[in-house]
Design a protein around this ligand. Structure first.
Ligand code: ZN
Length: 70
């Protein structure tokens, strides 16, 4: 059965090797671990920054993610 409209060809999906993807994965992992530290563990004895500004800034996120807080 012929269609009334021409069917476009499927776009070519580029193949990315794991070796080419590795630096980006490592970079994203480092950034995500830094964010996880700032949101979840920057408190008390493990705090890298003095004061409670970061803790108060990410306080709702801590509770949302289930980190113990207070
Ligand atoms: Zn809290």
């Amino acid at each position: 059965m012929a269609t009334a409209f021409p069917v476009p060809a499927a776009p070519a999906v580029p193949v990315v090797s794991l070796r080419a993807l590795a630096p980006y994965a490592v970079f994203a992992g480092v950034i995500l671990l830094a964010l996880l530290y700032l949101v979840g563990m920057d408190q008390g004895a493990t705090s890298m920054f003095s004061g409670t500004m970061i803790h108060e800034f990410v306080h709702d996120g801590r509770h949302l993610l289930g980190f113990p807080c207070h």
